[in-house]
Design a protein around this ligand. Structure first.
Ligand SMILES: C[S@@+](CC[C@H](N)C(=O)[O-])C[C@H]1O[C@@H](n2cnc3c(N)ncnc32)[C@H](O)[C@@H]1O
Length: 207
């Protein structure tokens, strides 16, 4: 395997996104990858905040959460721009004898035939250029049925550059604003990441 350095490559651009992400999976330069299912998802499953339904995972990466949700009986659709990531998820599903619909596509080029009860958004937003965020939230409104839920993990890096881009919660509240979105009351749970950053978890209602 050739040496590949995260910061020594061309920056992320809208046109070059597929290559940018696929190269990272091909060369296993994936510092965002926990190597296991996020504790946030396990918590939402354990306390039944998230119950079996038709669910979409955009930017699923290596898809530990795809496998876990399929194992728990969800009707899972997962999408990623990286063919290498999607291949990894397919292999894991095969190993465990599980099924999910996997799609290799730029999320901006894809539309389902019907909306989902829920979307699990684990640090996909922070992987997009901030100028794409409004368009992404429009996609989420189209993808989630009314009264459906967005299970979001908003990356907190405290840095100006990215990816991953810092998802300031005030900015998120402007992006996911009423009357289309309803936020939970109370402080958001903090989910620590082994890479030294953390995420805020939030279950938003798509009104
Ligand atoms: C920070 S990683 C998170 C991956 C996974 N959810 C996780 O937590 O390990 C962001 C993911 O979004 C994918 N991605 C980035 N831009 C995308 C786009 N425009 N369409 C679909 N997937 C995209 C990347 O390939 C990558 O797998």
């Amino acid at each position: 395997m050739t040496t590949f350095k995260w910061h020594a490559t061309t920056p992320l651009t809208e046109a070059g996104a597929e290559n940018f992400w696929d190269l990272r999976y091909q060369h296993a330069v994936t510092p965002w990858d926990r190597g296991q299912t996020s504790p946030a998802l396990l918590g939402w499953l354990a306390d039944r905040t998230l119950k079996p339904c038709r669910i979409l995972l955009p930017g699923c990466g290596r898809g530990y959460e795809v496998v876990e949700l399929a194992r728990c009986g969800f009707d899972v659709v997962a999408l990623d721009i990286s063919a290498a990531a999607i291949q990894f998820v397919q292999n894991e599903l095969n190993v465990h004898g599980l099924e999910a619909e996997l799609i290799q596509s730029d999320l901006f080029d894809w539309m389902p035939d019907r909306p989902f009860t829920a979307v699990y958004e684990q640090t996909c937003l922070c992987a997009l250029l901030p100028e794409q965020w409004a368009a992404y939230t429009h996609r989420l409104v189209e993808w989630i049925q009314p009264e459906g839920d967005l299970f979001a993990l908003f990356m907190q890096t405290g840095k100006a550059n990215g990816p991953p881009f810092h998802c300031d919660i005030g900015r998120m509240q402007q992006l996911f604003a009423p009357p289309t979105w309803r936020w939970p009351t109370g402080p958001l749970p903090r989910i620590d990441h082994p890479a030294g950053v953390f995420e805020f978890g939030a279950v938003l209602k798509r009104c």
